[in-house]
Design a binder for this molecule. Structure first.
Ligand code: PLP
Length: 381
């Protein structure tokens, strides 16, 4: 049976070129980057070359790049790392539509360490209004953490705007850039943030490796206690094969990001045209003007279809089509996504949401096939 994978915001397949680049580090070049012999040195060279490459790709200094086990660890490391260095300030401002990696971390800091967390609700179009953030800032605030692009809707926040104000008031600004990395141009200097998070498995590299960017002037506590790897902030032997994959994935992006974006936009345009021509009662949660090019989220209006998205996902899955009903982390629990509720959708509308997220290897024929199967599966009232 033909398979169509439209869930690239959850994870991407490993690019064949990435896999080829990893193989030597799973076979002959298996050394530990901390060893001083030739095996170790080869791993160390790969590690530092990757750091240099990522720093140049996102426009920061190599010493501001720390490898982690993924995006979640990167986010935990920055937020807890700076929170635990605070001596008197207790307030963190964030938004209600963050990924659970941020929301759960903030909950933990609030429940266990008495931090004061303020969550901003998004506007109807999914963006966070800078004025609402500014209203919440007071003398007790030390950190603002806002996602660059939302994983469920793809909506992009104007982080630069928040960053300017935060930095001029000595407040740290962190952004979860996991979804925007590799989907639009990500320039750390331009965003002007103190912290950011990257994840390899969203850019056609393997799972289990990520990056936390920490501006060199920022003081953060050690994330993982152990050896002196990652300039003594994160102990533990580095995942060299996965880092080799990440390096190749970034090299490919350096060459192909522009053409990837053109490709995503073509697929998005086609899908939106199809959706508009098939369905009357549909709400697009990903406005074209300020969303990632590869994500289209849509919800069916309350009471207009026979099924919620969980049933639709299963029907499509039987046809070999993989999409998501919100973020992968919440699907399966059959609760409306916190993002869709925060956008103001009623429970039933929120439950009817489908997220299509395109990848480098998808085709226009797949979009047409998906539209046809979606139409067959929906069962309009
Ligand atoms: N932040 C966002 C916006 C994400 O979409 C994800 C993954 O879905 C994460 C953080 C977590 O990244 P990882 O899966 O690498 O831990």
């Amino acid at each position: 049976m033909k398979k169509i994978y439209f869930d690239n915001a959850s994870t991407t397949p490993v690019d064949k070129r990435v896999l080829d680049a990893m193989m030597p580090f799973l076979t002959d070049d298996f050394g530990n980057a901390s060893s001083i012999h030739t095996f170790g040195k080869r791993a160390k060279v790969l590690l530092e070359d990757t750091r240099d490459l990522i720093a140049s790709f996102i426009n920061c200094k190599p010493k501001e790049i720390y490898f982690t086990g993924g995006g979640t660890e990167a986010i935990n490391s920055f937020i807890k790392g700076v929170a635990f260095t605070q001596t008197n300030k207790k307030k963190i401002i964030s938004s209600a539509i963050e990924h659970m990696a941020v929301l759960e971390t903030l909950d933990y800091l609030k429940e266990r360490f008495m931090f004061n967390v303020s969550l901003i609700q998004p506007e109807e179009n999914g963006v966070i209004n800078p004025d609402k953030v500014l209203e919440q800032i007071d003398d007790d605030t030390f950190l603002v953490t806002l996602m660059h692009a939302n994983n469920e809707t793809g909506v992009i926040n104007d982080i630069k705007k928040f960053a300017e104000f935060c930095r001029s008031n000595s407040i740290l600004i962190h952004s979860d850039t996991v979804q925007s990395f590799g989907k639009i141009k990500l320039d750390i200097k331009e965003l002007n943030v103190d912290g950011a998070a990257l994840s390899a498995h969203k850019i056609y590299a393997p799972k289990g490796v990520g990056v936390v960017y920490i501006r060199d002037s920022v003081k953060a506590d050690k994330f993982l206690h152990g050896g002196s790897q990652e300039r003594s902030l994160r102990g533990g032997t580095e995942n060299i094969p996965a880092i080799a994959g990440l390096k190749k994935a970034v090299e490919i992006l350096s060459e192909e990001l522009e053409s990837d974006i053109v490709h995503y936009k073509k697929l998005r345009y086609l899908l939106l045209e199809e959706l508009k021509s098939i369905f009357e009662y549909i709400h697009i949660n990903s406005p074209e003007e300020n969303s990632l090019p590869n994500i289209v989220s849509f919800s069916f209006e309350k009471n207009k279809i026979k099924f919620d998205s969980e049933t639709l996902l299963m029907k499509l899955d039987i046809k070999g089509i993989a999409v998501s009903g919100g973020s992968a982390c919440t699907s399966g629990s059959h609760q409306p996504s916190h993002v869709m509720l925060a956008l103001g959708h009623e429970r039933d509308t929120a439950l009817s949401t489908i997220r299509v997220s395109f990848g480098r290897f998808n085709t226009t024929d797949e979009v047409l096939e998906f539209s046809k199967e979606l139409k067959n599966s929906v069962g309009l009232l």
